[in-house]
Design a protein around this ligand. Structure first.
Ligand code: PLP
Length: 396
């Protein structure tokens, strides 16, 4: 079997059409968009077309879209600049325990600057409880940042309701939509979203480019200082090929979204069914219904997820134990811990994320390899033998 890539939450392959759209901007149309000559103004035109096009996918307007280097930069900008802008009004921020480290570490930085951060608990499915969010709001709360969908377990949050709560309390609302944009329909107006981060490499675009949506009425200060690019808000020569590629990737993601969602979801449900039926002592993590279409996050008791990954790598299967950013980290995932998954079980976790390019044949091959690998790892597990003798049926 050729390589089976099931790590589409970490990054996605660039579509051929996207690569074709980017190509001219390397060696032919390489002009700096800030130049005065024709090649530059054409590139400026392309950038503005992509801005317009991305805005449409969110029900936003073009002047509300700012290009960045990706999700991490957009998250840093949103959180730190919002705190800076509103520090006279208050110094309390609400986020969740299951956010990406781009948010968690930005909040940790702000804590050192004298801000207070409440990290909301989640339930066993990875969902934030709205009553707990409402209770966490204080007079000095200036920002709520809750991710649209989680990168590890795929749980989709009740963003429209959170937006309503934020609006009712006159609090700025940011959502990290890096995993959701291109997969789910997002309407920033209906969902009362003030700030939204996205990244092209999660929807079959290139790496190192993304955007931050900033609602028009919000005077969010600039984050990177320098030239006048991005209407004085984000200095630095634009990533012209990257923006061209992101535009094409967004176009394809939205024109094919419905049918892709259906196909990917069917494949994901097939994968989950086969794993649950074929391998005892396993547990699906995350919500069954409010879940990203391609996400399967499953824990196998009595094994180490990192050992499983190595055996799968020998079979040419690319998967991950948690998020790509925590690879090499031996502590259990902060997301699974927040969901109350016991540490031992969390350590045996595998994240498989399906993309448009995956096939049923690949899933069948992967399930067979996982089955063999889990059996092999359990052969040496003393606690597995003891457990099986005491509880011979598959209850978890
Ligand atoms: N936020 C979430 C939810 C993510 O999954 C990621 C990437 O894994 C990021 C932010 C960071 O995005 P980027 O890789 O574009 O910096």
């Amino acid at each position: 079997m050729k390589q089976v890539y099931l790590d589409n939450a970490a990054t996605t392959p660039v579509r051929l059409e996207v690569e074709v759209a980017m190509r001219p901007y390397f060696c032919e149309k390489y002009g700096n968009p800030s130049g005065v000559y024709q090649m530059s103004s054409e590139n400026r035109g392309m950038i503005e077309n992509v801005r317009e096009q991305i805005a449409k996918t969110l029900n936003a307007s073009a002047e509300e879209i700012y290009f960045t280097s990706g999700g991490t930069e957009s998250d840093n900008w949103a959180i730190k600049a919002a705190a800076q802008m509103l520090k006279e009004k208050g110094r309390h921020i609400i986020t969740s325990k299951i956010e990406h480290h781009a948010i968690l570490n930005s909040c940790a930085y702000l804590e050192k600057q004298g801000f207070e951060v409440t990290y909301l608990d989640v339930d066993e499915w990875g969902s934030i409880r709205l009553d707990i969010l409402e209770k966490a709001i204080r007079k000095d709360t200036i920002l709520i940042s809750v991710m649209y969908a989680n990168n590890e377990v795929g749980t989709i949050q009740k963003i429209a309701q959170i937006g309503k709560i934020a609006e009712k309390n006159d609090i700025l609302f940011h959502t990290d939509a890096v995993q959701a944009y291109g997969q789910l329909l997002i309407d920033v107006k209906k969902e009362n979203i003030d700030l939204l981060s996205a990244s092209a490499h999660k929807f079959n675009g290139p790496k190192g480019v993304g955007f931050l949506y900033i609602r028009k009425k919000i005077p969010l200060p600039e984050y990177i200082h320098g030239g006048k690019q991005e209407r004085n808000h984000r200095a630095g020569t634009e990533n012209v090929p990257g923006i061209a590629g992101m535009g094409k990737a967004a176009e394809i993601a939205f024109t094919t979204r419905e049918y892709r969602e259906k196909e990917i979801q069917q494949l994901r449900d097939y994968l989950i069914r086969r794993l649950q039926r074929g391998i005892p002592y396993c547990r699906l993590n995350g919500s069954l219904t409010n879940r990203l279409p391609g996400n399967c996050n499953i824990s196998f008791q009595f094994i180490e997820g990192n050992e499983l990954l190595l055996l799968l790598d020998e079979k040419n299967i690319c998967a991950s134990a948690a998020s790509a950013c925590s690879t090499g980290d031996t502590s259990p995932s902060h997301v699974l811990t927040a969901m109350g998954i016991p540490e031992k079980l969390a350590r045996g976790t595998l994240r498989l994320t399906i993309g448009y390019q995956n096939t049923q044949e690949e899933i069948d091959y992967t399930v067979q390899c996982i089955k063999e690998a889990v059996e092999k790892l359990r052969e040496n597990a003393e606690d597995y033998r003891r457990y099986k003798e005491t509880f011979p049926c598959n209850i978890m």
